[in-house]
Write a protein that binds this ligand. Structure first.
Ligand code: FAD
Length: 441
């Protein structure tokens, strides 16, 4: 049932519908109210807010009821609901996440802002922010919150009609002048690949296909202890799924004094977790959180591009022939800067400036003196595990319970044996695509 936040006798002549009230819908609502307060309309405004999820502001991603080990992927110092102040916030400047946390939980030591806390606690911050906004709705505005799903929106004259199925299953039609969609990630329709997995699982009683990781406790609850789990995709969702199958099963990660992590299994985990993806690479971490480290370019410079363009037969550049070698020199220089450290070899490298031949001969002598040093190979950046037969990360059955997880390069699992070849194919096809693109460009 719709919850009417503020009733008013003022005739309503303007209406806005916000479909989806996760963080984005929440920011939009806050800004809409700020705009209205700063530039009031002659007539009243009614705002309909629709959300499938009953926790307005949080959305399932920041569900306050999810386990504590499901973490945000941005440091909490970046979370602030109230950082846009023009026009002024109707509710007044609220607390950023760190201050809110301090006030709400009073930890003995104040957070620095660099921490990655649970998504559940961020959800609480968002929900409280939503409630704070509702308490400060400006005069002339009313808000109705509808829990349920908008399943259709059609134009109706100068308005739109939203068809909405409420939590109790009743369908309603609600009109609005403007509709704002803030529906976040859409639901997945299974494609041919998923249908193939599904059909496979249907044929084999010991196999199961789990098409979607969320809600993570329920979906991972389908994985029995000692199962082998292959996971498609090695990004953030993968991390949530692995945390649920490890910490969620009473396992423990311990950090040693040297900073390394060991995992102590509870015995309830799967036997192995086998990540796979199109590239075979984990997702790159966000550079945003890393210290800025500028490396001025030495070889891939505007002057060098002018030079190669001058030398190109028709003035057109070929990616692989003209540009890639400059990239590769740039990468080599930075690779050896790191491996050489700060000694005299590094000084010799730096003294070469943009003389590529000189740099390559310094590198050659360096590798002769240090035969164990791995030479630069950009393929390793593209495919860091390309020369490993296969990698398994999981509880090693030979070791038994309460022992750290081992990474075994000698995997015998047939379901992933083709991944190395697949990765090579991906790299090869990426190179072919580059050539095609360069040819057509
Ligand atoms: C698993 C996961 C983890 C993430 N973790 C982080 C993180 O740690 N840090 C970060 O910065 N970003 C994270 N993100 C990115 C995340 O999408 C954003 O942080 C944020 O949730 C986006 O907000 P949103 O309001 O656009 O969408 P959502 O948060 O998805 O909210 C959309 C809301 O709209 C509702 N809705 C959708 N369709 C309808 C409909 N038809 N009718 C009614 N209601 C509807 C949904 O129920 C939901 O409540 C994560 C994303 C995912 C998928």
């Amino acid at each position: 049932m719709a919850l009417r936040i503020q009733t008013s006798e003022i005739p309503i002549t303007h209406s806005v519908a916000i479909v989806g009230l996760g963080p984005k819908g929440l920011y939009c609502l806050e800004r809409l109210l700020a705009e209205f307060k700063a530039r009031p309309l002659h007539d009243a405004l009614h705002i309909h807010v629709f959300n499938r999820f009953p926790h307005f502001g949080a959305s399932p991603i920041y569900d306050p009821d999810q386990p504590e080990y499901i973490l945000v992927n941005i440091s909490i110092g970046e979370i602030d609901l109230w950082d846009v102040t023009d026009p002024p916030i109707v509710a007044g400047r609220g607390q950023d996440f760190v201050d809110w946390y301090q006030t709400t939980f009073g930890p003995p030591e104040r957070l620095t802002g660099d921490e990655y806390l649970s998504r559940a606690v961020v959800g609480r911050y968002l929900i409280e922010g939503f409630q704070r906004i509702l308490k400060h709705v400006p005069t002339g505005v009313t808000v109705s919150c509808h829990v349920g799903e908008v399943v259709d929106i059609r134009p109706q004259g100068r308005q739109y009609e939203a068809e909405f199925i409420a939590q109790n299953g009743l369908t309603q039609k609600i009109k609005a002048d403007k509709v704002l969609l803030a529906t976040g990630h859409s639901r997945l329709r299974p494609g041919p690949e998923e249908q193939r997995y599904e059909a496979f699982a249907a044929k084999h009683s010991s196999a199961a296909f789990i098409p979607f990781v969320y809600p993570v406790v329920e979906s991972m609850g389908r994985v029995p202890a000692k199962a082998r789990v292959a996971m498609l995709g090695v990004g953030l969702t993968f991390i949530d799924a692995v945390l649920e199958l490890t910490e969620g099963r009473c396992g423990r990660f311990n950090r040693s004094s040297d900073g390394s992590l060991s995992y102590f299994a509870s015995g309830k985990e799967p036997l192995s977790i086998i990540p796979f993806s199109r590239t075979g690479l984990p997702m790159a971490p966000k550079a945003f959180d890393l210290p800025t480290f500028l490396r001025p370019l030495t070889f891939f410079t505007p002057d060098a591009i002018v030079q190669v363009r001058r030398e190109a037969a028709d003035g057109k550049l070929d990616f692989e022939k003209d540009l890639w070698p400059l990239f590769e020199l740039e990468m080599q220089l930075n690779y050896y800067r790191v491996t050489m450290g700060t000694g005299p070899e590094r000084a010799r490298l730096e003294s070469c400036g943009n003389d590529a031949q000189a740099m390559l001969s310094v590198i050659e002598s360096y590798l002769e003196i240090h035969p164990n040093q791995r030479a630069f190979d950009y393929q390793r950046a593209v495919d860091p595990v390309g020369d490993v037969e296969d990698v398994r990360v999981g509880a090693d059955p030979r070791i038994g319970r309460h022992n750290p997880v081992h990474i075994c390069p000698d995997l015998d699992c047939s379901s992933v044996q083709s991944t190395t070849d697949q990765r090579r194919r991906v790299v090869a096809s990426a190179a072919a695509q580059r050539r095609r693109d360069a040819g057509s460009g």
